[in-house]
Design a protein. Sequence first.
Length: 208
Amino acid sequence: MKRYCVGLTFLMLFILIGSSIPKVYASESIPEISLNKTKARAMDFEGVYVPLSQEISEDNNINSTDLYKETNNVVEVISLSNNKVLISKDDIDLMSKTVSAESKGEPYEGKVAVASVILNRTSHPSFPKTIRDVIIQKNAFSCVRDNTVYENPDDSCYSAVMDAIKGNDPTNKAVFFYNPNTATSKWMKNINKSNVKAIGNHVFFDVN
C-alpha cells in the first residue's frame, strides 16, 4: 500500500510538471505563391493592336518579361514586321510629346506619320527595340536634344499616336524624316533615299 501511494504521488507530480511546460508547435507551412506574369497575344498581320484582356491561346503566348523588361503597365501589343512591340501608358505619353514637338504646324496626317516612324524603328535592325529607347537614342530626335519633348501635347497628338498604333501608316514603313527647308544635316539632304513621301513640310523616307 505504501509503495502504491509513493507511485501515485510520483505520477501526480509528473502530470503537474508536464502541464506547466510551454508547448512548442511546429511552424505552419507557408503556401507557395504563383505570380501571374503579364501576357498578351498579337495578331499575325502588321499594324494591328489588341488589348491585354484579349483571350490568350497556347500557340501565341507572349511574356512581357521577354519583350519589355517586365513592364507592369503594358496596355497594348502590336506586330510590326513579325516583331512584337509592347506599348505602355508611359510610351504613349512619350510618343505624344515627341509627335507634338516634332510636328508643330503640321497637318494631322503629318503627326500620324511621325508616330509611325517611331513605331517602324522598333522593328528595324538599325534601331533600338523599345519605344522609349528609340525616342531617347542619341541625335534621333531634335526635340530630345533641345528638351522641347517635355512640353504637354494636345489631344490631336494622342489621337495621332493611337491611329499609328492601330496600323494607319501614311509613310509606308519609313524610318526617317526631315524638313528640307530647315534641316542642317548634310546626311539627310545627300543620302540616297527610297520610299520617299512628302507630308506637310516633312519628307519621310528609307535609306537604300
